[in-house]
Structures are given as C-alpha cells and as structure tokens.
Design a protein around this ligand. Structure first.
Ligand SMILES: Cc1cc2nc3c(=O)[nH]c(=O)nc-3n(C[C@H](O)[C@H](O)[C@H](O)COP(=O)(O)O)c2cc1C
Length: 189
C-alpha cells in the first residue's frame, strides 16, 4: 500500500471540541503510510449563495483543493438538534458544486456527544447528504461515542488501550482499505 493522505474535518468550531479531539487522536494513531491534513477553516467559509459561486470565494477554493489532494476524508460530526451542524452542512453544500471534489472520495464518519446516543441522528443525516453527493462512505464499523466527556483524560486524550481507540483504529484501517479498493477500480477502468 502506497501513501494515503487523509483530510480530517471537524464539524465543531469549539475550542475544546470532543469531535476535534477524536480527529487529533486519529492523527496520533499513525497507522503507517498515512499522512494527515486537518481542515480547520469551516468557520471562515461564507454561507453558500448561488449568486457568489463564480468565482468561488478563496476559502472555498482552499477547501476544494485540499479535498481534491486527499485520498480520503475523515469527518467528525457533533449532533445539533438531531442533525449536523450548520457549518458542516454549509461546507458540504459548497463541495457539492463546481468540480465536486468529494464525489466518489473514500470517506469515513465518526462522532462524539455528551449524550447517550453518540451522534446517531447526526450521522444518519450526514450519510443521507453524502449519499446524495455520491460520496464513497465507509459503512462499517460505525463509530458513535456517547458520554464523550467521560472518555477523555485531563489532557483531552483517550487512553491508548481503550476500546474507543481500538474502534478508531478499525475505522482508519477500513478507510485505508476503501482507498485501496478505489485505486484498484481506477486502475482497472
Ligand atoms: C445548538 C446545540 C444543539 C445540540 N443538540 C444536540 C442533540 O440534538 N443531540 C445531542 O446528543 N447533543 C446535542 N447538543 C450537545 C452537543 O452534542 C455538545 O455540545 C457537543 O459537545 C458538541 O460537540 P463538540 O464537543 O465537538 O463541540 C447540542 C448542542 C448545541 C450547542
């Protein structure tokens, strides 16, 4: 397996976000042959407006470039009012236009919430949006972290031997496999 570049996107703008922490943990796992790029510009994207698509705003050009350069995308979504945060939906709306760099891209979803259900409703909603955008979403395993605040230590880290870290590792492995399948399909085409 040659190098895999994974772009991570957190749906939260919050400084101490559990979802951003999950992505940091994923980046620390270092599965070998994986490079990470973290997109933290969600809050700088203008609200999607069809009147302002051409030329695309610079922040949108940056996001599209980084998605295009990535072999895979890892999205960590909070749950807001049973759905995905507006900032994340706004980014996806921008990515659904133009050359649509997220279409067919191997993508995994994870999510953390202090509540019991660990973002299940947000993830269901996100899967529907990504399905409409023709994104190649990893189906198994699902990663839902409920009672998220009880899992991180005082430094905002997960214990290295925790089931949560094991599950995160399985998600990353699945995502890398999806990239491999995608490359094989492209090579055979
Ligand atoms: C506007 C708003 C709506 C929320 N709605 C839900 C919800 O529907 N379900 C849920 O589990 N948590 C909900 N929460 C709590 C979030 O899960 C919690 O704030 C979480 O920490 C956000 O993710 P983050 O830590 O990555 O910022 C809501 C929080 C906010 C601010």
């Amino acid at each position: 397996m040659s190098d895999v570049r994974i772009l991570t996107i957190s749906g939260s703008l919050r400084r101490d976000s559990h979802n951003t922490r999950l992505l940091r943990e994923a980046e620390r796992l270092d599965p070998g042959g994986v490079m990470f790029d973290h997109f933290s510009g969600l809050g700088k994207l203008p609200l999607f407006n069809e009147d302002e698509e051409h030329p695309a705003p610079p922040a949108v050009v940056d996001l599209r470039d980084r998605v295009r350069r990535a072999d895979a995308v890892l999205i960590a979504t909070p749950e807001y009012n049973s759905g995905i945060p507006g900032g994340l939906k706004n980014a996806l709306d921008w990515l659904s236009r133009g050359e649509m760099p997220l279409a067919h891209k191997p993508t995994a979803i994870i999510g953390a919430s202090p509540g019991a259900f660990g973002t299940v409703r947000a993830q269901t909603s996100l899967r529907r949006v990504l399905h409409k955008m023709n994104v190649n979403v990893l189906r198994h395993p699902e990663f839902l972290l409920g009672h998220a605040h009880t899992h991180f230590d005082a430094n905002g880290c997960l214990p290295a031997d925790s089931p949560t870290v094991q599950l995160l590792t399985t998600v990353l492995d699945g995502l890398v496999d999806l990239v491999e399948e995608h490359r094989a399909k492209l090579a055979a085409a």
